[in-house]
Design a protein around this ligand. Structure first.
Ligand code: DX5
Ligand code: ZN
Length: 217
């Protein structure tokens, strides 16, 4: 299991310090929640902020775009230093084209599904993704309640990926993840867990990372 802490719940005035603290704690991935005020009601930060922080960190930058028409900014997020770029299935009319462009530019490509969005398109883009992000809350805000239907959706995503011969594609869960549900999520087939409030509100980070790992035993 990979834990990808979401900076949405960190101190926005101290990103450089937060990144250093995550790295010192032994975290490998960091999750950037980019929101445009249109795809979701909230606004956070964009590619200039990520670009400014890139020299401060060796962490794997897992960038979750909650923006309309993400195709407009793929090259800019590459230039900003994203390692994984995740777009929403609901945010573009040309999902396969955008995923292919993300890979062509040398990033890993992720596809996110809101809680009510069916996985029917996944079969047709299984060859084009490195990761599937299943939202376990409606995107826009941290600290929301986990939606239990997610467990069945993880199993369905894993079944579709296996059937297409892409069993190595990662499944990421985002929203309401905590040590209490981590084991059930991994057992259902999750590889990457995003955690915002349940991680950052419980320092020190090294102990919190250990708590997530211990929850899997
Ligand atoms: C929600 C974001 C999540 C969020 C998770 O729109 O995509 O990454 O930060 O926060 P928690 O873990 O608090 O639900
Ligand atoms: Zn996210």
């Amino acid at each position: 299991m990979i834990l990808s802490p979401s900076l949405l719940s960190s101190n926005f005035g101290k990103f450089a310090e937060e990144l250093a603290a995550l790295e010192a704690a032994g975290v490998k991935w960091v999750h950037w929640d980019v929101m445009d005020g249109r795809f979701v009601p909230n606004i956070t930060f964009g590619q200039p902020v990520i670009q400014a922080l890139r020299p401060c960190s060796k962490l794997f930058f897992d960038v979750h775009l909650m923006i309309e028409e993400p195709e407009r900014y793929v090259a800019e997020f590459k230039a900003a230093g994203a390692d994984m770029l995740v777009i929403h299935a609901e945010a573009t009319k040309h999902v396969q084209r955008v995923l292919a462009e993300i890979r062509r530019l040398g990033m890993q490509a992720g596809l996110a599904f809101n809680p009510a969005t069916p996985l029917s398109m996944l079969k047709w883009v299984a060859a084009d993704v490195d990761m599937v992000l299943l939202m376990s809350v409606n995107p826009g805000f941290g600290g929301q309640k986990f939606i239990p239907a997610t467990y069945g959706k993880i199993r369905e995503a894993r079944r579709i990926l296996m059937a297409q011969g892409f069993g190595a594609v990662k499944i990421q869960i985002d929203g309401g993840v905590c040590p209490e549900n981590a084991k059930a999520l991994v057992n259902a087939g999750a590889d990457v867990l995003v955690s915002g409030s349940a991680f950052f509100k419980h320092p020190p980070y090294k102990a919190r990372l250990a708590a997530f790992a211990a929850a899997l035993d």
